[in-house]
Design a protein around this ligand. Structure first.
Ligand SMILES: CC(C)(COP(=O)(O)OP(=O)(O)OC[C@H]1O[C@@H](n2cnc3c(N)ncnc32)[C@H](O)[C@@H]1OP(=O)(O)O)[C@@H](O)C(=O)NCCC(=O)NCCS
Length: 158
């Protein structure tokens, strides 16, 4: 398994297609924003996001038998301000669910936030009926800070 910060060099059709497919086909019900961009807009959005200074994307890759890596998950942090950042876009490939890969990805990101951004807090929102993601966040130590259709969770990292 490899987890890394994504750069423009990592953006290829496999990665773009997977993120689009997971977000707008397989997992759309887990996200609150119903807007569905065209694939072309999605490519532009990701390229812009990954080059932005206020947003960082992370990728999780799994080694196949032949030593090739398969893109299997992602998440991002954004809106860095006042020692705080937001976390979101967490998705693990349907064929890789159930191995706690999301926890590994989130721990990697927490360390990145501490070491590279020197931020104190990570915030996220999650639909209140999204049990799978909520369980992951609680198991890591995120605390419920606002309730509603969307619940807000916060983790103090320092
Ligand atoms: C949240 C998410 C990343 C967790 O994935 P994960 O790290 O593989 O989850 P876990 O390893 O903790 O899985 C625990 C169990 O729940 C099951 N599970 C996890 N997510 C599932 C899903 N979306 N659908 C069905 N079952 C799921 C796993 O198969 C596993 O079952 P098992 O104990 O019988 O083996 C994943 O559910 C996902 O990508 N969800 C869609 C996107 C999403 O909700 N993002 C968060 C938005 S705030």
């Amino acid at each position: 398994m490899l987890i890394k910060k994504l750069t423009v060099e990592d953006i290829n059709h496999d990665l773009l297609k997977k993120i689009y497919h997971w977000r707008f086909n397989v997992y759309s019900k887990y996200f609150s924003n119903d807007f569905r961009p065209s694939y072309k807009n999605h490519i532009e959005f990701l390229n812009r996001a990954i080059s932005s200074t206020n947003e960082i994307w992370f990728g999780l890759f799994i080694y196949r038998n032949n030593d090739e890596m398969s893109f299997a998950g992602c998440a991002s942090i954004y809106n860095f301000k006042n020692s705080e950042c937001e976390f979101g876009r967490l998705m693990i490939s349907p064929s890789h669910l159930g191995h706690s890969y999301s926890r590994k990805l989130i721990f990697f990101i927490i360390n990145y936030v501490k070491d590279q951004l020197s931020a104190d807090r990570i915030k996220l929102v999650v639909k209140s009926d999204n049990i799978y993601a909520t369980n992951v966040y609680i198991s890591i130590g995120f605390l419920l800070t606002k309730t509603g259709k969307l619940n807000e969770y916060t983790l103090n990292v320092n």
